[in-house]
Ligand binder design. Structure first.
Ligand SMILES: [Zn+2]
Length: 287
């Protein structure tokens, strides 16, 4: 790891606890340790709406089933691990930003460092210094990428292929920032970047498993997968990457950010899904 050895990495990584399957799950948006130097102007209750709350707990059985599980401990509004470095709004930085900047998400205020909580709550009443942006990249964003990269590389080296699941949750109602305002969302949205980030059999397995469990499933609508799936999905090289968005109304109260009574049932169903994915990955890696 390249993170600073003086401070613990703000990322957890749990390795397989049994014969490993070439499967890696990562939850980039469920962290809730708000760093001291964040200094936002927006209230915590609003900032917390951006968390994919409890997602790491929904997938907690992955290591026991043979897969690696990685999660961010810091919140995505501090710095977003699911964004490219160049997806930065340089107008937020005092003196601008010397490196490449200005991606599509940055223009909408939800780039590498978020400017607003959608739809329009400003997060800061100040500019960020170049040093603090650099620090967020080096101490938070990069250790997260390193943990995912290393886990995927180990599995791929061992088994010749790897199946990566990038784990998220989404608000139950559509919004302007996702281009689906006012629409009631499906239970699950699978994102394979329009069929490019993993083999079609993999997304089909996940869709069939979820439908058999009684859930509604859409593909790439409205979420196709962003940086972690883009970076890691190279199916021609045996690197398959799929984003799974879970509708938050299935397991939590979206206003109070508390688990609902259905949480444990959903966690059990996700456990079934993980088991199928691990079995699929083991079988495919052998063939
Ligand atoms: Zn997310």
């Amino acid at each position: 790891m390249k993170s600073d050895p003086r401070s613990p990495a703000p990322v957890f990584r749990r390795d397989p606890e049994r014969t490993p399957a070439p499967a890696v799950f990562d939850s980039p948006h469920s962290g809730r340790d708000y760093p001291e130097d964040f200094r936002p102007a927006a209230p915590l209750a609003i900032l917390r709406r951006t968390e994919d709350a409890f997602v790491e707990e929904l997938y907690a059985s992955a290591p026991a089933q043979g897969a690696a599980l990685i999660g961010a401990l810091f919140p995505r509004v501090y710095i977003d691990p699911n964004r490219a470095l160049a997806d930065l709004d340089s107008s937020m930085v005092d003196g601008g930003w010397p490196d490449a900047a200005g991606g599509e998400k940055a223009q909408r205020g939800i780039g590498l460092i978020w400017r607003v909580v959608p739809p329009s709550t400003a997060i800061y009443d100040r500019l960020l210094s170049q040093a603090e942006v650099r620090q967020r990249i080096d101490r938070y964003w990069r250790p997260y990428q390193d943990a995912v990269d290393e886990s995927l590389a180990e599995a791929h080296a061992r088994d010749g292929a790897v199946w990566h699941v990038n784990c998220h949750s989404m608000p139950s109602m559509g919004d302007i920032s996702a281009g689906d305002p006012g629409r009631k969302r499906a239970d699950f949205v699978l994102g394979d970047r329009d069929g490019t980030s993993c083999a079609p059999e993999f997304v089909q397995l996940v869709e069939d498993t979820l439908r058999a469990l009684g859930y509604s499933v859409l593909r790439n609508d409205p979420f196709k997968g962003v940086e972690l799936v883009r970076r890691n999905g190279q199916p021609d090289l045996g690197r398959h990457s799929l984003q799974i968005e879970i509708n938050r109304a299935l397991y939590m109260n979206e206003s109070t950010i508390q688990k609902s009574p259905n949480f444990m049932r959903l966690r059990g169903d996700i456990g079934v899904l993980i088991e199928r994915i691990c079995a699929f990955a083991r079988e495919r890696a052998r063939s």
